[in-house]
Design a protein around this ligand. Structure first.
Ligand code: ADP
Ligand code: MG
Length: 700
């Protein structure tokens, strides 16, 4: 037994937190709730904020009707029952210069919080009612039953930690002091001296010490910046290495446009390519004509016309005797691509097929054989494309549509279907520059910034639930004018069953309200055949109103549908709303996006929805989404297989990101194998951080 404990100790920084002096199993369990499992985690527990004691006022000097922060001791604590205001929590505090009262209304959770002799910090507005008072102040319990604690009074900066049950701010400070005293020396430097000097960053030990026991606020900022920079730096290092790997992949042979297929294709298109599309095509053709594989991200707002570019690129591959594959995230989208393009392809002598999870076994067997012997040139599909048993004769170009819906492993699997095939990923999710740099730093980027001509702006309006009637009248009018309508109901995975019910209920209601029109229903649980029939019926205008879940969110393209009603828009993020809205406004008719909001749900989402109402630029919306909800929500960073950001915030720490990126890419240019002696720390840290994730490096 004692042996085990001993081993735990020799594990140094990785020692389980429960073995730290003053913690033990019970308090360790609390710490684990906030992600602190080891001593190292505790050392890296970044204070939420710092309190500068020089800004603390004494009770004697504070003035009525001003804001103040005081550092005080509790003299008395109690709960007062009142007739109409419920229980009032009330404490009397002092700091030797005077006496202050603090009261909280409607805070039953505070009933047992305060005890005599506690040290606390109160912040709030001073009022006067028989004595100086703070009503509903911000409070922070610093320590229980304080007598003089030496650490608390060193320095003027008090770190305030993200607290967990079972700890006061002071309670956590003592174990941190232990950790700093006994384990700081186990930390090894992770950044080269040149970087530390360049930015005047503290070394790792100083940084951690200053995080917890700072002399000045500037110390704490420098320490934090260092941690943020470091986090970005190693992330960018992965990207720089991936990028390097990408630029070393040689394909079977360059794919140079011959024009045998592409010319015919252009001739039969009902429109001419926009200058923007042509520019992107030049970039793609140029990549394809190289010896090295293309790794390109095509980013263009919803409806900007990316698909036709993808098809064109496919034809170049086929002209050279290769095959091409396009993988889409939903069956609906794969089906649409196939339905829209396979006849046009057939007309110029190109064979194509659709391969999804719904493809019947017998049909699939035939398709697999045809793909393997090049009877089929183009495969449209979903994840079904990357199943093991699917073998291409000669895959020259792999395309991923709406690529943010896929993870790295799926990307990699698709690429493995060929020998370093050219790779094009497309996304309509506008990516803020910060995310481009973190998530796509390894790809070349083409941007399609203009939309095909003649598109009208979509008019977006929030409509109160109470005025639903008006929305229905409007729908009626538009259908009479010959238009079609989407009604979108949220379907979020966690509450799928309930949501599905709600969608079906909406469908029944709409049928009741519009008996004179054809109403269709579509959701992910429908059989593929049924879904194809319904989507085709809608496309052929045999359906006027399509009630749908978010299965139509990406890619669906039906020009005559010009009205979209979104139910419960508060459940969607901005990027998702923008995608949805992108389904309409695809022709020359004015389109309308109506968001039905019910008042009581409004409060928290209102800022987001109002922003959406006034903005139709995908980039602005994405930036705002990033600001409001963080990157995870926007793009599912985890799917990219990149490490999570613990200290850094993509929105607030942009500048450090740009610096870290430049440094990391520069470093890899200069020392691609990280073997120069001065990069030893970096190499070792990199291996330590990512040793189980080396696959990250092989994925483009
Ligand atoms: P997205 O970029 O969202 O994938 P799509 O490729 O689905 O957009 O294109 C949207 C619509 O615009 C389609 O109906 C497509 O046929 C049409 N389109 C694409 N390029 C042009 C163009 N140059 N002129 C006119 N219409 C175009
Ligand atoms: Mg698309």
């Amino acid at each position: 037994m004692s042996n085990i404990k001993n081993n735990q100790y020799t594990a140094g920084l990785k020692t389980d937190i429960q073995y730290l002096k003053g913690i033990g199993p019970k308090r360790a369990a609390y710490l684990k709730k906030i992600g602190v499992e080891t001593i190292e985690d505790l050392l890296f527990l970044v204070p939420r904020r710092y309190l500068d004691r020089t800004e603390i006022k004494s009770i004697g000097e504070i003035k009525v009707d001003t804001e103040a922060t005081v550092f005080v001791k509790v003299l008395a604590a109690g709960v007062k029952k009142t007739k109409n205001k419920g229980d009032v929590v009330r404490i009397i505090v002092t700091d030797q210069t005077g006496i202050l009262e603090a009261i909280w209304f409607n805070r039953p959770d505070l009933k047992n919080k305060f005890h005599i002799n506690q040290q606390i910090i109160l912040s709030g507005r001073i009022s006067y009612y028989t004595r100086k008072q703070m009503v509903n102040p911000f409070y922070e319990i610093i320590e229980e039953n304080s007598q003089n604690h030496p650490y608390l009074y060193t320095g003027s900066i008090i770190p305030i930690y993200p607290l967990t049950e079972g700890f006061t701010n002071w309670g956590i400070r003592r174990p941190i002091q232990n950790a700093v005293d006994n384990y700081l020396n186990y930390l090894t430097e992770t950044l080269p001296l040149s970087v530390l000097n360049k930015y005047a960053f503290p070394d790792i030990k100083t940084a951690i010490k200053n995080l917890h026991f700072p002399q000045t606020l500037a110390d704490t900022q420098k320490a934090k910046q260092r941690l943020v920079y470091e986090e970005f730096f190693y992330l960018e290092l992965i990207l720089a290495l991936r990028r390097l790997a990408n630029t070393q992949q040689k394909k079977i042979c360059p794919l140079v446009e011959k024009g045998t297929l592409t010319k015919k294709f252009l001739a039969q298109l009902p429109f001419t390519l926009t200058p923007g599309q042509q520019k992107v095509l030049v970039e793609i053709k140029n990549d394809m004509a190289q010896e090295l594989s293309m790794n390109r991200l095509l980013q263009g707002d919803v409806g900007s016309g990316k698909t036709v570019i993808a098809i064109y690129a496919m034809l170049i591959a086929i002209e050279n005797g290769f095959q091409a594959a396009l993988m889409a995230p939903t069956e609906i989208l794969a089906e649409q691509h196939f339905l829209v393009w396979h006849k046009k392809l057939r007309d110029i002598g190109v064979t194509s097929c659709l391969l999804t999870g719904s493809t019947k076994a017998r049909e699939k067997k035939k398709l697999l054989a045809d793909i393997e012997d090049n009877t089929i040139n183009v495969v449209f599909g979903t994840h079904a494309l990357i199943e093991e048993n699917i073998k291409f004769y000669k895959l020259g170009l792999a395309i991923i549509d709406e690529q943010h819906r896929f993870g790295v492993m799926q990307r990699a699997k698709l690429l493995n279907k060929g020998i370093n095939p050219d790779f094009l990923v497309m996304t309509a999710t506008p990516i803020p520059r910060t995310l481009q740099m973190t998530l796509y730093g390894d790809l070349d980027i083409s941007i399609l910034s203009e939309k095909p001509p003649g598109r009208k702006k979509v008019i977006t309006k929030l409509v109160n639930e109470k005025n639903r009637e008006k929305v229905y009248n409007f729908i009626d009018q538009k259908i009479q004018e010959g238009r079609q309508v989407y009604i979108v109901c949220p379907l979020i995975e966690e509450s799928e069953k309930l949501d599905l019910k709600a969608a079906i209920k909406t469908y029944e209601e709409i049928k009741g309200i519009f008996p004179q029109y054809k109403v269709g229903l579509i959701h992910g649980r429908l059989k593929s055949a049924e879904r194809i029939t319904t989507m085709e019926a809608f496309r052929q205008h045999q359906i006027d109103i399509l009630v749908t879940t978010t299965v139509i969110e990406v890619g669906v393209d039906i020009v005559n549908a010009t009205v979209m009603v979104i139910e419960h828009p508060e459940r969607f993020g901005l990027a998702q709303l923008h995608q949805l809205r992108g389904r309409i406004g695809r022709g020359s008719e004015v389109a309308y996006c109506l968001l039905i909001v019910s008042e009581n749900r409004l409060s928290t989402a209102i800022e987001r929805l109002k922003y959406f109402e006034k903005n139709d630029d995908g980039f602005n919306l994405a930036e705002k989404d990033l600001e409001l909800r963080g990157p995870g929500q926007l793009l599912g960073t985890r799917q990219h297989g990149l490490p999570d950001l613990k200290f850094a915030n993509l929105h607030d720490d942009k500048n450090l990101l740009f610096k870290a990126r430049d440094d990391a890419f520069e470093l890899i240019r200069y020392d691609p194998t990280l073997t120069k002696p001065e990069h030893r720390e970096i190499r070792e840290t990199f291996m330590r951080k990512f040793k189980n994730r080396m696959y990250l490096l092989r994925v483009g």
